[in-house]
Design a protein around this ligand. Structure first.
Ligand SMILES: Cc1ncc(C[n+]2csc(CCOP(=O)(O)OP(=O)(O)O)c2C)c(N)n1
Length: 560
């Protein structure tokens, strides 16, 4: 009879899992050996557990599918908390198996015992311990239902050492993924109200989050926007959910105003009379100002906890984004007259004008010749060098979020991987490796600040060792002290007075590196780096930049 470990590996393969990442240890051994035996699953071995989690997180953001993370028990499992919390915050499906004390030792205070479910339960979609071999198939089925249904999220499973080695009598497993995802539609009465409200609106505005990506609703959203001439902005996490090269795209927006909202998104949000929001959580970073009470709000979300959370919507629709948007489209097409369905031109003219103003204001930043280099110039140069349909761009925490995400045009779903509800520094190093494993033929680039880079820099060696070549652009603004998080001079000195030699570190780990201090050297360094990455070697470009406020509202608020 197969063991629990073998049965789990069989279920993972049956569910279509293609990537495993983690670190070893005695108590996870019986499962890990079985996963390692399955050549259907690519295997990555990180240098810290948190990065293994980030690898599977990046893979899931790039594909929609979960990878499997493995760690030993106790501190090994706890060491990935930063990655778990980050995935939980952004609703990313990852299945995590941790080694665990023998089932007979639970709650006995043994070596490496941690309060497993108490620790992981609040920061996962589901956390459990398999305490008997007979539970194996049921736990696997429930885990995949959690990850594939409703609002996704990580699942955490503790596997006691003795259970992992025990035999399983029933191994006949039908994978959840053999069936279509279970999705729910919206209440038809609310759908009708929403369509009437949008049709009657003079200045409707659509604001979408990552829920549209997770539901794979981009194509139907484009149809709805075109059918009703609706301008569409996204959150940072939702960036790429609507093609940013589309005439109706406004780029990153806010409910009315967000730290990084583009000029077109901000202006149209400020003047909207009806706002349709889909699958976005209105987090403080993204949503600075809630709409005025006279603005009508139609809110769609798959999670009842998100509906009416910060603000009472006029029409709240509980349901899966793809199904609900299709319902809105069908109802609009069957109930609205031609005059509404073909009302396009004035909106397009206004959007085009705002986009031109936004380009004119942005151009000096994207082409700046300042020394130290303006961080927006890095994005400007990168955009000239890459084909965004063959590239996946990531960003990390800190000001790089703003200097990377506001201008890069993401044309297809998941061509840009935004993150940020928890915004764990150092996430993108591992996440970029996961994206590379998902799409080996694509160029994977992350833009990261030097402090965030330091958090996970030793796992550059993981990308070299595990054949996941990525391009890492480190924006190093250490010389220009950050006052965010403390004004004390002593703190600033302690934090910034000496940085590490990024290039030497990267080369020591088997990567290639370039250091750029002058803007006219950027293009050459980046194109050389792209060539070495595509030839198979992780390459880091360290760019000495100045520190700036990445929110650009002041540009137009003073000028216009
Ligand atoms: C794991 C973690 N620790 C701390 C923070 C708080 N934090 C957010 S950004 C930041 C500084 C980032 O500096 P750097 O990476 O150099 O990027 P910059 O803001 O300079 O562009 C800190 C400490 C965080 N988000 N995540």
């Amino acid at each position: 009879m197969p063991s629990v470990g073998e049965t789990i590996s069989h279920c993972l393969v049956a569910e279509g899992v293609k990537l495993a990442a983690g670190m070893s240890g005695q108590q996870i051994g019986p499962l890990l050996d079985q996963i390692a035996n399955r050549t259907e699953i690519a295997l990555m071995y990180a240098r810290q557990e948190r990065v293994a989690f980030d690898i599977c997180d990046g893979y899931a953001r790039a594909t929609g599918n979960p990878g499997v993370v493995f760690t030993d028990s106790g501190p090994a499992a706890a060491n990935l908390m930063c990655g778990l919390v980050n995935s939980w915050g952004d609703s990313i499906p990852v299945i995590f198996f941790a080694g665990h004390n023998d089932s007979t030792e639970i709650a006995s205070g043994q070596t490496k015992e941690i309060p497993f479910v108490e620790l992981f339960g609040p920061v996962s979609k589901w956390a459990t311990v398999i305490s008997d071999p007979s539970q194996t198939l049921g736990v696997m089925r429930r885990a995949f239902m959690h990850m594939r249904t409703g609002r996704p999220g990580p699942v955490v499973i503790g596997l006691p050492f003795d259970v992992a080695k025990s035999d399983v009598a029933d191994t006949d497993y039908t994978p959840v993924s053999s069936q279509p995802r279970a999705r729910s539609g919206g209440d038809p009465a609310r759908i009708k109200e929403a369509v009437e409200m949008i049709a009657a609106a003079k200045r409707p505005y659509v604001y979408v989050g990552a829920g549209v990506l997770y539901s794979e609703a981009t194509a139907v959203l484009v149809k709805l926007a075109e059918c009703l001439s609706l301008p569409v902005a996204t959150t940072l996490n939702g960036k790429s959910a609507f093609p940013e090269n589309h005439a109706l795209s406004l780029g990153i927006g806010g409910f009315a105003r967000a730290a990084y909202s583009s000029l077109p998104a901000t202006k149209l949000a400020e003047t909207a009379d009806v706002i349709l929001t889909i699958g976005c959580g209105f987090k403080r970073h993204a949503t600075r100002v809630l709409p005025d009470a006279k603005v009508r709000h139609i809110q769609i979300d798959v999670d009842p906890k998100e509906l009416n959370r910060d603000h009472l919507a006029d029409v709240a629709i509980l349901g899966d984004a793809k199904i609900v948007i299709q319902q809105l489209l069908d109802t609009a097409e069957s109930t609205l007259g031609r005059d509404r369905l073909q009302r396009a031109d004035t909106r397009h003219d206004e959007i085009n004008k705002l986009k031109s103003q936004w380009s004119a204001l942005s151009e000096p930043l994207l082409t700046s010749t300042e020394i130290p280099i303006n961080p927006f110039r890095v994005t400007g140069e990168l955009m000239k060098l890459v084909d965004p349909t063959q590239t996946i761009l990531l960003h990390d925490a800190g000001t790089v979020r703003g200097t990377t995400s506001q201008h890069y045009l993401a044309p297809t779903p998941r061509s840009f991987l935004g993150f940020g509800v928890q915004s764990a520094m150092g996430w993108s190093t591992g996440a970029a490796m996961g994206a590379k494993k998902a799409f080996p033929e694509k160029l994977i680039v992350t833009i990261i600040g030097e402090e965030a880079f330091n958090e996970t820099a030793l796992d550059i060696e993981t990308s070299v060792r595990n054949d996941a070549p990525i391009l890492v652009i480190v924006k190093n603004n250490r010389k220009y002290i950050d006052q965010d998080g403390g004004n004390s001079q002593r703190l600033a000195y302690t934090r910034f007075h000496q940085g590490m030699n990024v290039c030497a570190l990267v080369e020591a780990m088997g990567g290639k590196s370039h250091r750029v201090e002058q803007p006219d050297k950027l293009a050459n360094a980046l194109s050389k780096a792209i060539a070495t990455v595509m030839a198979g070697t992780t390459t880091v470009v360290e760019v000495l930049t100045t520190r700036i406020n990445a929110s650009l509202h002041s540009l137009w608020e003073t000028e216009m």
